[in-house]
Design a protein around this ligand. Structure first.
Ligand code: PAF
Length: 269
């Protein structure tokens, strides 16, 4: 595996790209393995993007584990590990990419300017790597949606591939934040998966919504931010008639913010 900070070192026409902010875990490894099925040239980037953090202290606290990351990336099949500096990504005045109204709801409502920062860095990383495709996890479903929209609107010739959410055996979606959960916190955090799986058994939108709220409120130590159902194609709040519905949940357990989502079996009959 080539390790470099310079994107000029790896120009090729068949690159598949997995952008990350490091602290790599099984979820990232799965995206890299998926990339490797698509190409024998897989670029993994590690760049902790200051523009997508709401405050300086979150940015400073963000875990940086370059040696372990290199091992995870290599074992998962990465052929190039790209670790650019700030000035490589943002050499001059930054041209911000605006996410539009969907960037201000749900995750965007809790984290103002977050998606503006995400789209801006993803666009810059795409400019520098010029891959044929790029993979993003479905766990950050709103991010995935907004990146697909950016690519469509700016006519960027890169295909965006979705990577399935990887879960621990108990169902908790894997996230770098899970290490901050005690066993008791984890038990509370599992209510998210329980709510999503219970909702998935329901036949109508109203039953899905009721089941989400009822299940999530069974754990008073889970502090709900939002639980909603969107139409996957438009990211508008789903109506009973929406064909592909996806439930999204976010909240806090003992100060740790957790998000998850699941496609709902209930379709238009
Ligand atoms: O999902 C992430 O890790 C980040 O938001 C991304 C896409 C690498 C941009 O910094």
């Amino acid at each position: 595996m080539l390790i470099t900070s310079n994107a000029q070192d790896f120009r090729a026409s068949n690159l598949v790209f997995v952008p990350t902010m490091g602290a790599l875990h099984e979820g990232h490894a799965s995206l890299i393995q998926q990339a490797r099925q698509l190409s024998d040239q897989v670029v993994v980037s590690i760049f902790v993007n200051p523009l997508q953090f709401e405050n300086q202290s979150d940015l400073e606290k963000y875990p940086r584990t370059p040696e372990k990351d290199a091992e995870v990336a290599k074992n998962a099949g990465a052929t190039i590990l790209w670790m650019p500096d700030f000035k490589d990504v943002y050499p001059g005045e930054v041209m911000m990419v605006e996410p539009g109204p969907i960037g201000n709801i749900l995750e965007g409502a809790s984290r103002p300017a977050h998606f503006q920062g995400v789209l801006t860095v993803v666009k810059r990383l795409f400019d520098l790597v010029q891959p044929k495709s790029a993979i993003f996890g479905e766990k950050d479903f709103q991010q995935l949606f907004l990146i697909k929209e950016m690519v469509r609107k700016l006519q960027i010739p890169i295909s965006i591939v979705a990577g399935k959410t990887i879960r621990d055996a108990d169902g908790l979606a894997i996230s770098s934040r899970n290490v901050r959960l005690s066993a008791h916190d984890r038990d509370n955090a599992l209510v998210i998966f329980q709510a999503l799986t219970a909702a998935n058994e329901m036949e109508s939108l109203s039953e899905i919504q009721e089941t989400l709220i009822e299940t999530l409120s069974s754990k008073p130590e889970f502090l709900l931010d939002y639980a909603c159902v969107v139409d996957e194609k438009s990211f508008e709040f789903a109506g009973e008639e929406s064909f592909s519905k996806r439930a999204l949940v976010a909240g806090w357990v003992n100060g740790v913010r957790l998000i998850d989502n699941m496609p709902m079996k209930a379709r238009v009959r």
